[in-house]
Design a protein around this ligand. Structure first.
Ligand SMILES: Cc1cc2nc3c(=O)[nH]c(=O)nc-3n(C[C@H](O)[C@H](O)[C@H](O)COP(=O)(O)O)c2cc1C
Length: 166
């Protein structure tokens, strides 16, 4: 049960094969049905494939080096406003994107642009309209046979550690 949820891992190494535009469109078409607070849909997406721009994006985060070798990087922009639910909404759509990509045989890695001046750099690089903040991206590509070693501990806390009844 819930196999796709349990199987979803961060993939940071990709085969060089391009990802057809139609697949990226399918992913966005599925993910756009994600619910958001008040149905505001505070998200927009830029699919980046230009190697020069991918290289630049890979320099805009502390752990973003894998963006340079991803066939596609889907930059996620959120509208800047006072709604505290926007961060929650962006997390939800990111998970939808990753699960939709997985269904198509693609690997993904959510990636943070950091610190804030780098977020502005990404906005300028992609000519985003004022008011849109590209805080994160999802790298997308066919997983390479060899996965990347992770400096971050893997695995998860157990259900017993996470769930309490009251
Ligand atoms: C909000 C968020 C931001 C993340 N930012 C990065 C990042 O900047 N660089 C990176 O390599 N992975 C990033 N990740 C991926 C996490 O490192 C990954 O989900 C976590 O280590 C679990 O990986 P696993 O599912 O492969 O075990 C991010 C994940 C989330 C949810």
């Amino acid at each position: 049960m819930h196999r796709s949820l349990k199987a979803l891992r961060a993939v940071r190494r990709y085969r060089p094969d391009p990802v057809p535009r139609a697949l990226i469109e399918q992913i966005v078409d599925a993910a756009r049905w994600t619910g958001s607070a008040r149905n505001r849909q505070p998200w927009r997406f830029v699919a980046v494939t230009d190697p020069v721009k991918l290289d630049e994006l890979s320099r805009c985060g502390a752990y973003a080096v894998h963006l340079a070798s991803a066939p596609v990087v889907l930059v996620l922009a959120s509208v800047e406003n006072s709604f505290s639910d926007t961060v929650f909404d962006m997390g939800r759509i990111t998970q939808s994107i990753c699960l939709a990509a997985q269904e198509l045989g693609l690997g993904t890695c959510p990636t943070t642009f950091h610190p804030e001046p780098n977020v502005s750099r990404v906005a300028a690089l992609l000519n985003l309209p004022a008011g849109w903040r590209p805080g994160h991206a999802v790298a997308i590509g066919y997983p390479a046979a060899i996965s990347s070693p992770s400096a971050i501990p893997t695995g998860r806390l157990s259900t017993a550690e996470l769930l309490h009844w009251d």
